[in-house]
Design a binder for this molecule. Structure first.
Ligand code: NAI
Length: 217
């Protein structure tokens, strides 16, 4: 699996959904699936699913549907889940610790190899078998371990300095949970996670539904 040229961001953002869906199908012991059944179960348009997969060369056999295992493995390779990643978490509070405890990340080769904080009372404690170290020791840690990715779980005031430090240490990606925009060096990919954005969308739709219901009373 090599480079695919310019694939639209919206297509990339749908791939994890296909990956999760196909992984569940495999666990249920299924072997083949048509794009029309995928579309029914995923609530998406079948032609969109085919178009999405065609961005990467297309994997279907006309009339036979897709081999679930093969398609899942191809999508894993597209998403880079076939590689090993070492990640560090900066900020061992509620979110940082929840992430360390969560073992269900899609890629088993994605490993949290270090957790860092500044609170004296947190340093030396272990979270899910991982010792919390002082952030001042991160540079040394990064010299001795391959750190591909940094996960920012600090308060927002510390997010930019943390991002800059991670960039200096040579990470290739930053997963930012702090509710603020951070700037990263060229060549470093940034992905922000804001749970509240998703909540606001939910509340918006609930409000719309409520207003519509009220309107029909
Ligand atoms: P928390 O207060 O429990 O944990 C933050 C940790 O960061 C503390 O242990 C603190 O000692 C540490 N810290 C502070 N400055 C640091 C520095 N310079 N370097 C290393 N560690 C440092 O906070 P919580 O609840 O875990 O939230 C963490 C961040 O995530 C906050 O910015 C919060 O606003 C945000 N958040 C994001 C959500 C999302 O959807 N992405 C949802 C909820 C919170």
């Amino acid at each position: 699996m090599g480079s695919y040229g310019k694939v639209p961001e919206a297509v990339i953002r749908r791939m994890p959904k296909y990956y999760r869906y196909l992984s569940d199908k495999l666990l249920q012991g299924e072997e083949r699936i048509s794009s029309s059944r995928m579309s029914e179960e995923l609530g998406m348009n079948a032609s969109q699913i085919r178009r999405d997969l065609n961005c990467f060369g297309g994997f279907g056999q006309q009339g036979y549907g897709y081999s679930i295992g093969k398609l899942r493995d191809e999508i894993a390779a597209i998403l880079g889940l076939d590689r090993a990643y070492g990640a560090v978490i900066i900020g061992a509070g509620n979110i940082g610790q929840a992430l360390v405890h969560y073992s269900g990340f899609a890629c088993e080769k994605f490993r949290i190899i270090g957790v860092f904080d500044v609170r004296p009372e947190a340093i030396g404690k272990t979270v899910a078998g991982c010792a919390i170290r002082h952030v001042q020791t991160l540079a040394e840690f990064a010299r001795q371990n391959r750190v591909d990715l940094g996960i920012i779980c600090t308060p927002k005031e510390a997010a930019q300095e943390t991002a800059s430090m991670l960039c200096r240490l040579g990470v290739r990606g930053i997963w930012n949970f702090a509710p603020t925009d951070v700037e990263v060096s060229r060549g470093v990919r940034l992905e922000n996670v804001h749970l509240s954005d998703s909540l606001y969308v939910l509340l918006y739709h609930m409000k719309q539904q409520g207003d519509l219901t009220e309107g029909t009373k």
